[in-house]
Design a protein around this ligand. Structure first.
Ligand code: T1G
Length: 695
């Protein structure tokens, strides 16, 4: 059943029961309406308590249902709310935990609301590109006032129930430890005879100067919303709570909600919501796989990556030992970590206590013996297999049995690294993205021998480190970097054929990338790609590249770290200034190639950059390196600055239509540098079958 029914002392207690968060799916709505009617029809019942089982009162409408007919099937959420509000017996919402979205809207339709402290109260629909679509924009302002309601709805941020005590939202917020249902039953008995039954819809919003307030809010929200339409729609619908009668406001809210449901931006946000949660599901590793305790960590290498990785552990409250080979490097690494924390504290984003606590969790050593008892060790040394071999042989010799041996390699073969040890089952790739203490993405590279509990432990650890863990198989570059190589190849060819770095970056950034390929190279360091191209020229000769990136590196223009790269930089200023020297180098290189440069449209630039990701992603999917297209989307949304409102490269390709993507790829295959365009068989097949990547 999706709604349990019990009677306590002539009070009906209805418990929403649809694990994991009592999503208001059709079955739950149907059962709840039936239970309310049953209480209504039972003469012995004097009042009704509505509550939720498990970890939530309700997490809202069942977003898994959104693209199915059930979402709009009767009884709708509206009908359920109307049944509660129209009851002739008082309905008391009893809230112990998460009460969000449609769950809060249902509670607002009840006559009374009581809660325990610590419950997360929110209308987070805006985070899904929506707005509260079951009366929330009209009822919340009536109980919290225009400003507080508007803030909650436009931000979608939860507020703890005790912070809302004393408002009209809650009639009671009980003290911690109260047994909620008996207390709610007692409250229901105390109001059972009171009439008229209080209805939020009959209240009014009192805000005399609302026009001026709403005008300034519109301007602020419009400026902050960027490409997302929902925030401004939230403002307009909440405004209706003061400018329109209730029923008209409801109609307006419904109309705007249905509009937002159809927007690509909302579909992309809903896709990302589920993709993030799906990424941690591994078909052959059951969710209840036992995990190893991770109470102590170690990191090898105190450079930029090693220091950032160590901070992740400290931020999660896990003591971590940083190992270096030279005291000077260790001291430098620890000093950088301290500076990072102190800078964060100076910005007011970290309390002095937390700053000290985190710094206190990080220690340093030059001695491998000092890390032997760590539960996990993450190697973050130079990206060279020989160097990694030395480290892993040493780790194999000293680490306690059962320790997880992880490599932060960004491209190298994790199976080869595992083979340097006598315990390949304990070896795994944990590819953090720079800056490691900031970027959410963690590519978890599963070796052939990686044990299932090691994988499960690493996935659980990624959650504890507040990372988005995405599992990749072993190949050169895993998911993200293997795709970005094709993206950067196209960027180089575009220079040879007629574009300049600033134009390519501008087109990419107008598409929504946080940073175009050349600014990205200057930030990460152009020498990293240079080194990888040299390695690949030996390992897999014949891969065609533009030579411009090599010409740039031969001049030592590695990017921000050398004060010059694709762009010029001024000391202490991270602004990328187009470089006449580089532009001349590009023009000269085209001439040396005998290429007649042509004007290239921004549209072509975007297609070639994005479809190169899509095409390689299709290949990665077909090879089983990525388990699902949405995992590839998560990699690009959380690690490569792909625009969230477009849902990731594979989702974006689905919205463009795979036949259209394929046609464009076939067009570019006939043009200059066309050899780089070999349509992935999976893409060809899906396009032919009229299917999508994210089915
Ligand atoms: N519908 C369906 N499934 C949901 C869900 C929902 N609303 N919320 C969470 N889940 C699933 C989630 O996919 C995961 O599934 C499991 O629950 C645990 O989630 C008309 C239309 C509630 C704070 O936006 O913010 O109401 O992976 O890992 O960290 O106005 O989930 O286990 O299979 O996140 O404890 C508005 C979204 C909907 C709330 C719990 N509501 N959810 O966090 O667990 S739109 C939301 C959350 C709406 C009305 C409109 C969080 C949470 P699985 P989790 P958690």
């Amino acid at each position: 059943m999706s709604a349990d029914y019990q009677v306590h002392d002539n009070v009906a207690v209805i418990t929403l029961n649809n694990p994991p968060v009592n999503g208001m799916g059709l079955a739950t709505r149907t059962a709840a309406v039936a239970a309310l009617r049953r209480a209504q029809d039972d003469g012995a019942i004097v009042a009704i308590v509505l509550t939720g089982a498990g970890k939530a009162f309700s997490g809202g409408a069942d977003i898994k249902e959104f693209n199915s007919p059930n979402a709009l099937a009767e009884p709708s959420l509206f009908a359920l709310i109307a049944t509660a509000e129209g009851s002739t017996k008082p309905v008391v919402a009893a809230i112990h935990s998460v009460c969000m979205g449609g769950g809060l809207e249902l509670a607002l339709g009840c006559h009374y609301r009581v809660a325990l402290p610590g419950a997360q109260i929110a209308l987070p629909e805006v985070k899904l590109g929506l707005l509260p679509g079951a009366g929330g924009t009209q009822r919340l302002p009536r109980v919290l006032g225009l400003e507080m309601a508007l803030n909650m709805i436009v931000s979608g941020t939860p507020v703890l129930s005790e912070k809302l005590a004393g408002t009209m939202l809650f009639n009671e917020v009980f003290s911690a430890g109260t047994d909620l249902v008996p207390a709610a039953v007692a409250f229901a008995k105390s109001v059972a005879a009171l009439r008229p039954l209080p209805k939020v819809r009959e209240m009014t919003v009192d805000y005399p100067e609302h026009a001026a307030f709403l005008a300034s809010t519109r301007a602020t929200v419009k400026a902050a919303a960027g490409p997302f339409p929902a925030p401004l729609e939230c403002v307009e619908t909440v405004a209706a709570s003061v400018t329109m009668p209730f029923d008209e406001g409801i109609k307006f809210e419904r109309q705007r909600f249905m509009h937002l449901m159809q927007t690509t931006e909302s579909k992309a946000l809903r896709h990302a919501f589920f993709a993030e949660r799906l990424a941690s599901k591994i078909p052959d590793v059951p969710a209840d796989t036992p995990t190893r305790a991770i109470d102590k960590a170690a990191v090898i290498g105190a450079g930029t990556m090693g220091g950032g990785i160590a901070m992740n552990f400290a931020n999660a409250g896990i003591p971590v030992i940083l190992l270096e080979t030279k005291q000077e490097a260790l001291d430098k690494g620890l000093a950088t970590i301290r500076k990072n924390y102190e800078n964060t504290m100076k910005k007011g984003k970290l309390t002095p206590e937390k700053c000290a606590q985190r710094i206190g969790l990080i220690s340093g050593t030059l001695d491998y013996a000092a890390i032997a008892s760590a539960d996990i060790v993450v190697e973050a040394v130079f990206e060279d297999l020989a160097v990694k071999e030395t480290v892993f042989r040493q780790l194999d010799a000293v680490m306690k049995p059962g320790a997880i041996l992880a490599s932060n390699t960004s491209t190298l073969d994790v199976d080869k690294i595992a083979a340097f040890t006598g315990r390949p089952q304990d070896v795994i790739g944990t590819h953090f993205f720079s800056p490691a203490n900031v970027m959410k993405l963690l590519e978890i590279v599963r070796g052939k021998a990686t044990a299932k509990d090691v994988l499960a432990t690493t996935l659980a650890l990624s959650k504890k480190l507040k990372k988005t863990g995405v599992v990749s198989g072993v190949c050169d570059g895993f998911i993200g970097n293997r795709m970005v190589e094709q993206y950067v190849r196209q960027a180089g060819f575009l220079l040879d054929e007629g574009a300049l770095p600033a134009q390519v970056d501008r087109a990419a950034e107008q598409f929504g990338f946080a940073m175009g390929p050349f600014r990205m190279g200057d930030l990460a360091g152009n020498d990293i790609g240079w080194y990888i191209r040299k390695r690949r020229a030996i390992e897999s000769p014949g891969m065609l590249y533009s030579k411009t990136a090599d010409l740039l590196c031969e001049q030592g223009r590695f990017g921000q770290k050398t004060g010059a790269g694709w762009y010029d930089y001024k000391a202490g200023d991270r602004t990328a200034y187009p470089s006449p020297l580089v532009d001349d180098m590009v023009l000269a290189h085209s001439a040396a190639l005998g290429v007649t440069r042509r004007v290239i449209s921004d549209a072509e630039i975007v297609e070639r950059l994005v479809y190169s990701l899509v095409n390689e992603g299709a290949q990665i999917l077909a090879e089983g390196i990525a388990m699902r297209a949405s995992d590839i989307d998560m990699v690009y949304l959380t690690g490569y600055g792909f625009p969230l409102y477009r849902g990731g490269p594979m989702f974006y390709a689905d919205t463009v239509g795979l036949p259209n993507v394929l046609a464009a790829i076939e067009h570019y295959a006939r043009g200059a540098n066309g050899a780089a365009w070999v349509a992935a068989p999976l893409l060809v097949q899906l396009a032919a079958d009229g299917k999508q990547f994210n089915r």
